[in-house]
Structure formats: structure tokens, C-alpha cells
Ligand binder design. Structure first.
Ligand SMILES: Nc1nc2c(c(=O)[nH]1)N=C([C@H](O)[C@@H](O)CO)CN2
Length: 121
């Protein structure tokens, strides 16, 4: 199984359970691992035969910037669903970091895996 990864995608959004969090935008950081067979693209050297990580980042920036969820769990689940359903990715690992949300901790968030890992061809 091959993986296309995208790390450290910072997006500003409304997220949080407290009243003050509904009034401001906070940064979430996405790390993505997306199962994709890259061999055809490597043979043909053609973007049409692979997952376009630029298209993924554009779609997620647009979605997350316009979202207003309370929980990091909900946002991570929605991000995973977009990847599986709109980009036909069979398996994803999504790490959503609400950096700095907990005093004394550098990072907090969720890591989820969704879909089925393809068997190696
Ligand atoms: N499991 C979770 N716990 C908490 C969340 C969350 O989204 N999932 N959110 C908060 C607050 O919004 C926090 O991030 C603000 O400091 C608290 N716990």
C-alpha cells in the first residue's frame, strides 16, 4: 500500500465548546495519510493517474474555514468522510491538532483511521 501524506496544514476555523470559542477563529492543524496506489502515475508521469494533493488541500481549506463545529471529533470525522467519498481514497489517517488549546500542553486533538486498508497488490 502506498501513502500520499500531507502534514501541517493549518486552517483557521470556529471550533470549541465554550461561549468565547464561538466568537473567535482558532487554528487547527491537519496531518493526513491517504492510501493510494502510485504506480500508474509513476509509470506515466501523469497527474491524472494519482491523487492530486493540491486538490485535496483546496477542498479541505474551503470546508474547514467555513465549518463551525463544537468538537474536534466531529471535524475530524467530516474531513475523513470528504477524503473517502469525494476523492475515492480507500483508507485515511487523519490527525487533527488543536494546538495550544490546553494550557501546559503543546498539542491536543484526535487521530482517526477510516476506510479499509487495501491489500498489497
Ligand atoms: N474530547 C474533547 N474534549 C474537549 C474538546 C473537544 O473538542 N473534544 N474541546 C474542548 C474545548 O473546546 C477546548 O478545546 C478549549 O480549551 C474541551 N474538551
Amino acid at each position: 500500500m502506498d501513502i500520499i501524506f500531507l502534514r501541517g496544514l493549518q486552517i483557521e476555523t470556529i471550533i470549541g465548546i465554550y461561549d468565547w470559542e464561538r466568537e473567535i477563529r482558532q487554528t487547527v492543524v491537519l496531518d493526513l495519510e491517504m492510501a493510494t496506489d502510485i504506480r500508474r502515475a509513476a509509470e506515466t508521469d501523469d497527474i491524472a493517474h494519482t491523487l492530486d494533493y493540491k486538490a485535496v488541500s483546496k477542498r479541505l481549506i474551503e470546508f474547514v474555514e467555513n465549518s463551525q463545529f463544537f468538537l474536534v471529533e466531529t471535524l475530524a470525522e467530516k474531513v475523513a468522510a470528504i477524503l473517502l467519498n469525494e476523492f475515492s481514497i480507500p483508507w485515511v489517517r487523519v490527525t487533527l491538532n488543536k494546538r495550544g488549546a490546553i494550557r501546559g500542553a503543546s498539542d491536543v486533538g484526535v487521530l482517526i483511521e477510516r476506510g479499509e486498508k487495501p491489500a498489497d497488490a
